[in-house]
Design a protein around this ligand. Structure first.
Ligand code: GTP
Ligand code: MG
Length: 146
């Protein structure tokens, strides 16, 4: 930032295809290039993680280790999905502030309340609704990291 203030760093975790990389790209003001995230990637004030890291328990230690470098862990749930892979109280394995982000709320037939229930079951207290397509919730996320 111009005044030299240190911005907070956020790590995003969630199943493959929920929109983690897209969200990072729109928040960073970059154009979106569609490609699967293959490894933990450091992109400015964001840490992007592959969906596989949530989908396979043997990667949990890697998620915990990576979270040490961030201020906020964002658990990302897609509003169009009828299920969630976040285990109950998953948020408690992190020693950082944890928030929930519900993505794709622009999609017709999505169910935001269902997504919020999944996140609440996973121990998330603060939830932000977002769409990388219609730019909903992006201002709130920017504010959180300021
Ligand atoms: N309609 C809609 N589509 C979205 C939104 N966010 C992401 N997508 C689409 O969802 C697909 C997957 O997005 P990614 O950002 O690559 O998902 P990811 O969570 O990074 O997936 P992995 O890297 O495999 O873990 C892409 O086709 C995006 O265009 C959104 O807010 N609304
Ligand atoms: Mg990705």
């Amino acid at each position: 930032m111009a005044d030299g203030t240190k911005q907070k760093k956020m790590m995003l975790i969630g199943e493959s295809g929920v929109g983690k990389t897209t969200l990072i790209q729109v928040l960073s003001g970059e154009g979106f290039s569609s490609k699967k995230t293959q490894a933990v990637e450091f992109c400015g004030r964001f840490i992007d993680t592959p969906g596989e890291f949530l989908e396979n328990r043997r990667f949990y230690p890697a998620l915990i280790t990576s979270s040490a470098d961030c201020d906020v862990v964002a658990m990302v749930q897609d509003a169009t999905r009828i299920s969630s892979l976040f285990p109950p109280q998953f948020s408690t394995i992190f020693t950082r502030k944890v928030i929930g982000i519900v993505t794709k709320i622009d999609v017709e037939g999505c169910n935001v309340e269902r997504a919020e229930r999944f996140l609440a079951n996973a121990g998330v207290k603060e939830i932000i609704r977002s769409s990388s397509k219609t730019n909903v919730g992006l201002d709130i996320l920017q504010e959180l990291l300021a």
